[in-house]
Design a protein around this ligand. Structure first.
Ligand code: GTP
Ligand code: SPV
Ligand code: MN
Length: 617
């Protein structure tokens, strides 16, 4: 076998030069050009079993699957350490951390200096999106983490075929990553190397480059995902007139065989994977998955919006996933899966909170300690995840790799809101829908470092993922509406699975029952006369949301209530929040807010608590 050299691996000079530069800077012991083959994956796994990074799961219970445990300091995305390095601070906007690109480059140069000593530098050519699709993009990640290589192999299309596609002159997004823990001579490695003192997740929107230092976890380290497919891609999308969004994509077929595609944006750990793979409880309805986290959308020649899933796998939240809540996810992760920070059973299989009603009597928890139901704290980390191929999903959509994408009929926004926001609402117009997106907020989860349960604004579920000024991003969404045929634009909806009743319990059963809401949305898109106009938006007209056979509590009426006092409070709060984006806040969104306030106030002759099942004007 001939040894792989830069020259016989690629003819792309720009790529060779960049890899050489990284090698000279990071000083790895050797360079490994990833070909994406099975043999390569096997070799990496063997290496990680030896180093303790991976534990093999029971081959009968969970074939070809592994468990990784991170250190407790490296369990989620680190938004505080995420930077947008635009030339001007205003272009990063008020919601991003900004750093001067030249200063950050200098800082990164010193951090990356010799950072791969004692380690292998892996070079991973990858495609975001189906190979050769006009909507796809190529990236090359350099990393010193074999765990990242194994994960990228699942999450993206990677290897030799990408190099062929790139050719001698193709362009790529350079993504440099290091766990930031050089192995000096005589130093012993640890199972999960990382650097808790120095962490930088950096994006250079002008030159479309990414550099990440110090973390080996998820969106911090799998740079094709949030860094490329959202932060850098959102900049490309703005420049080129398309959309890069934190959205699942699903196909839904009614009992008559009519199919529509929908995209939905919910903040991290708010239900995208679950909705994308759901098993409808409504007889005759079918849901199929195109993607569970990211959508890239462009207008087709016919004037409709088409979406692709740029990813090839799922990096899904484990806790709460069960045969009951998400049987399709359970089938997807039955084999060939890497689990991170879940608990280990005595039989060598995985477990997490919510997987079974009763926890096993003994486990090894995510920190490698003995655990019993009496132990303090959960056995699996709340942000523990599975990494698995989309192709393993039993309900993967037949068109999920279609190069032109799938036509989107509805765009859905949602978050965790224990009050105020009804189960489902349709926007009055595209602009009102953009207002839904801009005013989205959600209670925080374990997917981001921060205070769990605290309500925070998360416009378009893109707060940590928009690579430029959020005010300009709002304008971009408005422009999309202005530039395209209004009749062909997707209709926009707002949903909330998480509204709570007086005793603090969830009012809506969620999961498969969400098919009832999807059905209503489906029928709205078909122009069915099932909407009732309220001050806040269109709600389901009396009894048009199919709740047949659901034993909803009496207080379930609350699900649809537009409580005027709460909404006026929301308006005041939004007035305040939107000033953050001055002077780049689009005037038409201000108008939407004022119109909402006016509608709420003119409905004052009505009862303070309006029953939304009635038209309120
Ligand atoms: P990211 O991968 O972080 O972007 O998350 P996601 O949006 O894909 O969230 P996911 O579907 O993994 O759900 C996160 C958590 O929310 C899990 O614990 C689920 O069990 C829970 N969840 C999902 N859908 C529902 C629902 O309809 N109702 C309720 N009550 N919980 C849900
Ligand atoms: C999210 O946090 O939205 C995720 C997980 O999908 S991560 O890839 O870590 O960003
Ligand atoms: Mn996500």
């Amino acid at each position: 076998m001939t040894k792989t050299t830069f020259e016989n691996w690629t003819e792309n000079r720009a790529l060779i030069n960049w890899i050489r530069k990284c090698r000279d800077l990071c000083k790895p012991d050797n360079v490994w050009f990833c070909d994406g083959s099975k043999e390569e994956a096997q070799e990496l796994v063997s290496k990680m079993l030896k180093s303790g990074t991976l534990t093999k799961l029971n081959e009968t219970a969970r074939p070809k699957s592994y468990l990784a445990r991170s250190t407790p300091e490296d369990v989620a995305r680190v938004e505080e350490r995420t930077f947008i390095c635009s030339e001007k601070k205003e272009d990063a906007g008020p919601t991003n951390h900004w750093a001067d690109p030249a200063e950050m480059k200098t800082k990164l140069d010193s951090l990356f200096q010799g950072c791969m000593e004692g380690r292998t530098m892996y070079v991973i050519p990858f495609s975001m999106g189906p190979l050769g699709s006009p909507l796809s993009q190529i990236g090359v990640q350099i990393t010193d983490s074999p765990y990242v290589v194994a994960s990228m192999r699942i999450m993206t299309r990677m290897g030799k075929k990408i190099i062929q596609l790139l050719g001698p002159n193709g362009s790529f997004v350079p993504c440099l990553h290091s766990v930031g823990m050089p192995l000096k001579k005589g130093m012993k490695d640890v199972p999960w190397p990382c650097n808790t003192n120095e962490r930088y997740i950096c994006h250079f929107p002008k030159t479309k480059e990414i550099a990440s230092f110090g973390s080996g976890y998820g969106g911090n380290a799998l740079l094709g995902k949030k860094c490329f497919a959202l932060r850098i891609a959102s900049v490309m999308a703005k420049e080129e007139g398309w959309l890069a969004e934190h959205m699942l994509i699903l196909g839904i077929t009614n009992p008559e065989g009519k199919k529509k595609y929908m995209a939905a944006a919910f903040p991290s750990a708010c239900g995208k994977t679950n909705l994308a793979m759901m098993t409808p409880t409504l007889p005759g309805w079918k849901v199929e998955t195109v993607g569970d986290d990211i959508a890239w959308m462009r207008f087709g020649k016919d004037g409709r919006l088409y979406a692709i899933n740029p990813e090839a796998g799922f990096f899904g939240v484990a806790p709460g996933t069960s045969e009951k809540s998400n049987p399709n996810a359970m089938k997807t992760i039955a084999k060939n899966t890497i689990f991170t920070n879940v608990a280990l059973t005595d039989k060598g299989d995985v477990w997490w909170e919510g997987m079974t009603e009763k926890p096993p009597s003994h486990l090894i928890d995510w920190e490698g300690r003995d655990w019993t139901p009496k132990s303090e704290g959960p056995a699996a980390h709340p942000n523990s995840r599975f990494t698995t191929s989309a192709s393993e999903c039993p309900v993967i959509d037949p068109n999920w790799e279609s190069p032109q994408g799938v036509p989107i009929s509805a765009i859905i926004f949602g978050g965790r809101r224990s009050s105020t926001i009804p189960l489902v609402m349709k926007a009055l117009s595209w602009e009102h829908g953009v207002f839904f997106g801009a005013s989205l907020s959600s209670e925080m989860t374990a997917a981001q470092e921060g205070t769990i349960g605290k309500l925070r604004h998360d416009p378009f579920a893109m707060l940590p993922f928009t690579g430029y000024n959020m005010g300009d991003y709002f304008q971009h969404w408005l422009d999309i509406g202005n530039k395209h045929d209004k009749d062909k634009l997707p209709q926009i909806f707002l949903v909330n699975w998480f509204r709570k009743g007086k005793e603090g319990s969830l009012l809506w059963p969620g999961y498969g029952e969400n098919s009832r809401v999807l059905k209503w949305i489906f029928e709205c898109c078909d122009g069915a006369p099932i909407t009732a106009k309220t001050a806040a938006g269109y709600l389901p007209k009396k009894r048009t949301l199919d709740t047949s056979g659901l034993n909803l509590k009496k207080e379930a009426d609350e699900l649809f209530k537009i409580n005027k006092a709460d909404w006026l409070e929301e308006v005041e709060e939004l007035k305040q929040y939107f000033t953050l984006f001055d002077p780049r806040f689009p005037e038409s969104l201000n108008q939407e807010l004022l119109k909402l306030e006016k509608r709420l106030k003119t409905s004052s002759s009505q009862k303070a608590k309006t029953n939304a099942n009635e038209d309120i004007f």
